[in-house]
Design a protein around this ligand. Structure first.
Ligand code: AOF
Ligand code: ZN
Length: 358
């Protein structure tokens, strides 16, 4: 099963928002075929594995880290191919949380007389596919907030360099960009940094871009609004700003930018509404890159699944605080019982996962 999960990882950055899946065929103690889900919309891991088995499949045992599907999606049900191949038993790490499958795959296999074992390395499998598990069961994207700050808690300062973190941290962030469906920033970050939010330091595809701009205030020619390589650009504005600046909205929409309108009680967009809307555009994971008030709003709204903070050995002595909290935020204390630390170049990376979506 560990080998299945290693195979599954080969699809990282290529299959999203679908799950990472690997499959093995075993005869006796010998692995006779390996397969994995290689690209979004392509054959599922089980089918890839069956296609690569050169010998007979009858009487073999299949290992797979997700329950085989029993539905017609972009491809026909894997259960049918498994049954037709004469496989004798199937070992599964976890049930598929996709409501279209959810136990139906296991039942179909059992009905056909195949021996099924489910739950092998289950918690590892859930961790591997935590992004998929989150979005498919909650119908809202997995949210990963990434902060790069100084020791004294600032993300930018008057005399600070543009990038305060180490080159190793920067490369890791670019890898994360390639692995998420979208990156998200607020209007303040667009104004201050005019970032491109593309993947430049590693190989991989550019994520879609989401800008939270309640007042529809950003420059129409900002770098993030350039639809480089056809990536999607989603501009989230308040209903009121969209109505007041109809011509600007029309110009942006004519360029293919998706302008999404939301209620904004107290001038702040409803972030849960933003996330559900993005999910309807098949965005299953989001990397939140700034700035200060966006970080605070996400944490205060309790919609964060993963928080990664790069702490650079630097004291700025002032500037923009990492979490520009509101009064409401100050009343909340969050202690992390479960977290990890790593070194990335000269920085320390603090990572915490929130259970049940923060
Ligand atoms: C995958 N790859 O290896 C397995 C999946 O739209 P479809 O037809 O590609 O089906 C996607 C669903 O199929 C997915 O949400 C999951 O429930 C199930 N299994 N999907 O993309 C795979 N085994
Ligand atoms: Zn399938």
């Amino acid at each position: 099963m560990r080998e299945c999960m290693n195979l599954a990882l080969r699809g990282k950055g290529r299959v999203s928002p679908n799950p990472l899946v690997g499959a093995l065929l075993v005869r006796g103690e010998k692995i006779v075929a390996r397969g994995w889900h290689r690209r979004f919309g392509g054959p599922h891991a089980e089918i890839d594995c069956l296609r690569r088995s050169t010998g007979r499949t009858a009487g073999t045992r299949m290992y797979v880290n997700l329950e085989p599907c029993a539905h017609y999606g972009k491809t026909p049900p894997c259960t049918e191919s498994i049954i037709a191949s004469g496989i004798r038993s199937v070992v599964i790490a976890m049930k598929d949380p996709n409501p279209l499958v959810a136990g139906r795959g296991i039942r179909a296999l059992k009905r056909a007389g195949i021996r099924v074992t489910c739950g092998v390395l289950e918690s590892e499998a859930k961790q591997l596919n935590r992004v998929f598990v989150k979005h498919i069961s909650r119908r809202t994207p997995y949210v990963h907030v990434k902060v790069a700050q100084s020791i004294d808690g600032f993300i930018a300062g008057e005399r600070a360099p543009r990038y305060i973190s180490s080159p190793a941290s920067l490369r890791l962030v670019h890898r994360w960009r390639a692995e998420h469906d979208a990156v998200l920033v607020g209007a303040g970050t667009v104004r201050a940094d005019n970032p491109r939010l593309t993947v430049r330091h590693v190989r991989g595809h550019d994520p879609h871009v989401v800008v939270i701009d309640g007042r529809l205030s950003i420059d129409e020619h900002a770098n993030v609004l350039k639809r480089e390589k056809g990536r999607g650009v989603f501009l989230c504005v308040s209903e009121r700003a969209a109505a007041a600046q109809r011509e600007k909205v029309e110009r942006l929409e004519a360029r293919g930018i998706v302008v999404l309108r939301f209620p904004a009680p107290g001038g702040v967009l409803d972030l849960r509404g933003v996330l559900s809307a993005l999910y309807r555009f098949s965005i299953g994971s989001i990397l939140v890159e700034g700035g200060s008030s966006i970080f605070a709003q996400f944490l205060e709204s309790r919609i964060v699944d993963q928080l990664s903070i790069f702490v650079t050995p630097l004291i700025l002595g002032g500037g923009v605080p990492a979490f520009g909290g509101s009064d409401r935020g100050r009343s909340r204390v969050q202690r992390f019982a479960d977290f990890q630390t790593h070194r990335t170049g000269s920085d320390i990376l603090f990572t915490a996962q929130f259970r049940k979506g923060g």
